[in-house]
Write a protein that binds this ligand. Sequence first.
Ligand SMILES: [Zn+2]
Length: 390
Amino acid sequence: MLQYISASVVYPVSSPPVENGVIALEEDGTVHAVLHVEQAKEQGIENIKYYEGFLVPGLINTHCHLELSHLFGKIAEQTGLQGFVQQVIKYRDSSEELILEAMQKADREMLENGIVAVGDISNQLVSRAIKSGSRLYYHTFIETLGFNPAQAKTIFEKALKMKEEFTPLKASIVPHAPYSISKELFAAIKDYSLKEDNLLSMHNQETEDENLFFQFNQGAFLKLYEFLGLDISFFSATGKSSLQSVVEELPGSKVLLVHNTLTSAEDIRYATSVHDGLYWCLCPNANQYIENRLPDVQMLAEANLKITLGTDSLASNHQLSILAEMKTLQENFNLSFETLLEWATCNGAAYLGIEEQYGTLEKGKRPGINLVEFAPEGKISGKTSVRRII
Ligand SMILES: [Zn+2]
C-alpha cells in the first residue's frame, strides 16, 4: 500500500520544485511518484499527511573524519592549518572506549541532521564497527600520508591491508594532500587506481602556504616539516600551484578535491582541462574554524563545477550538519536554496556512485526524506531545522 506525504514545497532536485507537491511512497520508503496536488485530487488520493515546510532528499556529507570525533571542543580555533595539525597530533591519542563513544554519537548526530550517506576519511580501522552497524551509507577513504619517498611502498601496502580489513564496507585508497605525499606514493596510488575501481579524494589548497610551498619552497610548511622531523631536502619547487603540480597524478573517473580555499580561476582552468571527472567539496564551517577564511565560492559556482558539501570532522566543526554548511554559504555568497540543495544531495550521490538509491526524489529511489522547517522563501537562518521523516 502506498502512503502519501505533502508539504508547502517538495524539492525532487532532479526536476523543479513542486508547490504543495505530494510524494507517493512504498512501504519501505521507496519513491513511487511525485505528484502535483491537482493530480493527487484527480486520482482521488486521500489520507495525505501534510507538513509545513520543505520535503527534500536525504543529505550527503562527502567529507568527514569520524575517527576524530573525540576531539570535539578540544582544538583552538583560527590557528591556521599548521597549528591545527599540531594540535590534532597532540590530542589525538585517547582510550578506544572514548573514541568509539564519540564516533557513535557523531554517527547519530548525522542521522538526526538528515544525512544519509558519508564519505569518510580514515587513517585507522577503529571506525569499522560503528560504520557496520550504522543506518548511514559509508564510503571509507583509506588515507595515506608520507612525504618520505623511501617509505612509499610500506605505506601503500599498509593501506591495501586496511582496505581488506574494511571489507565488505566500501573503501578506496586516497592521498591526504599534495604536500604530504611523495611522488613515489602518488605513483603507487595512480597505478592502483588505473587497475581498480578506486574512488579518489584529496584535501586541496586549504591554506596559502600550500601553494607557497609548491611554487617557491617557502612558507609555514617548512616549519611544519621541521616539527614533524621530516627531512625534505629532496623536494624542489615546481613553480606552479599545488593543484597544478599534482592533478595529473590523480587518474580515475572521479576525484573529489576538498576545501579549495585558495583555488584560483587559473587552477580550475588547468585542472578541468586535464581531468574531466573532478568534483569540488566545500567545508565552509571547517574553513572558518581553522583558517577563518572561505573559498571564492561565487567563482567556483560560476565555473559550473560539480560541487559537493562536507562537514569535515568534529575536530574542526561545532556540528556535523550539512544544513549548517548550506547556511554559512548562503550567508556569505549569493546562492539560492535550490543550488545549495543540489550540492547537498544529487552531486554528492553522483560522486559516491550511489545515485541509483540516493540524491533525488525519483521513482524507484529510496533516498531518505527530510523535512526542512522555518526557511521562508528558501532563506536558511539560525531558526531553520532539518529532520528525517522517512
Ligand atoms: Zn579533512
